[in-house]
Write a protein that binds this ligand. Structure first.
Ligand code: RET
Length: 286
């Protein structure tokens, strides 16, 4: 008989994670409050933008409306337990050997909870934020593309940092890669786009949004380092999650509100004319 090594990976059923979230008031409120806000904001933003005709102004509005749409899906993924896992941290990590008591059953399982779906869906929502900012600044395609490509890199390598359980050092290597990509985005936000926005006549709103974005985005970065997945100076999954949820409220809904309000009131500045972005040449008989 051949010998095989059995590695008993602990499988927590999705239903247990769903019910755990529901029964942990801090964790569940951090998720369900955002589903509600994302839903309400979606209706408010669509109502605010309904009179827009100019395709370029509409593009900016649609990109921020998309943030709320992604957010509903993102938080529903967390609420349903689909994008949550209980991870056993490697030796050396502050949560190594930690256990989690499931709130609905009292059962104790090995590991700490990771809400990794956040990082995955940030790869979809943050490009929309950058698209809106780049368009508001009147930036060119090259810079918008660069910012978005590196931003997606930030989120996917951040996801890798969260999900790596093989080695403590490798978690921080991923984190380091992510922060390096992040600096590219920050450079574009702080150096390239402010200059473009001055030329485009949108410096006022751009600078407000830039400060909001840079401060909050550094907030997410530092929070990851402090939370249960990083140094675990904050061990509580609920408090770690609420930190991100609070940042989200400002970085998504407040941000989007400011963008749409500006676009609606300044179509002549951000608009591109009715032919903007046409995919067919304008013919004389048109
Ligand atoms: C991580 C950890 C790895 C290092 C860095 C991070 C940065 C995350 C940021 C998130 C912004 C999210 C927003 C979401 C809105 O939908 C992944 C936390 C640099 C900047 C604005």
């Amino acid at each position: 008989m051949s010998h095989s090594t059995l590695i008993a990976a602990q499988q927590i059923p999705q239903e247990a994670l769903f019910r755990h979230v529901l029964n942990d008031p801090l964790l569940s409120s951090s998720i369900y409050v955002n589903i509600a806000l994302a839903g309400v904001s979606l209706f408010v933003f669509v109502a605010m933008a309904r009179g827009l005709v100019d395709p370029r102004a509409k593009l900016i509005a649609v990109s921020v409306i998309g943030i709320s749409a992604v957010s509903i899906a993102s938080y529903t993924g967390l609420a349903s337990g689909l994008t949550i896992s209980v991870l056993e941290m490697p030796t050396g990590h502050a949560m190594s050997g930690a256990t989690t008591e499931l709130a609905h059953s009292g059962e104790v399982v090995d590991g700490t909870i990771s809400l990794w779906g956040r990082y995955l869906t940030w790869a979809l929502s943050t490009p929309l934020i950058l698209l809106a900012l780049g368009l508001l600044a009147g930036s060119n395609f090259t810079k918008i593309f660069t910012a978005i490509v590196f931003d997606i890199g930030v989120m996917i390598t951040g996801l890798a940092a969260a999900l790596t359980t093989s080695s403590h050092a490798m978690r921080w290597v991923w984190y380091g890669i992510s922060v390096t990509f992040f600096l590219v985005v920050i450079y574009i936000l702080l150096v390239e786009w402010p200059a473009d926005a001055r030329e485009a006549g949108t410096a006022d709103i751009f600078n407000t949004l830039k400060v909001l974005t840079v401060v909050l985005w550094f907030g997410y970065t530092i929070w990851w380092g402090l939370g249960n997945e990083g140094l675990a100076l904050i061990e509580s999954v609920g408090i770690t999650s609420w930190g991100y949820s609070a940042f989200d409220i400002l970085a998504k809904y407040l941000f989007s509100f400011l963008v749409i309000r500006y676009v609606v009131n300044n179509v002549e500045t951000v608009g591109g004319g009715l032919d903007y972005g046409r995919t067919r040449p304008v013919r004389s008989e048109d």
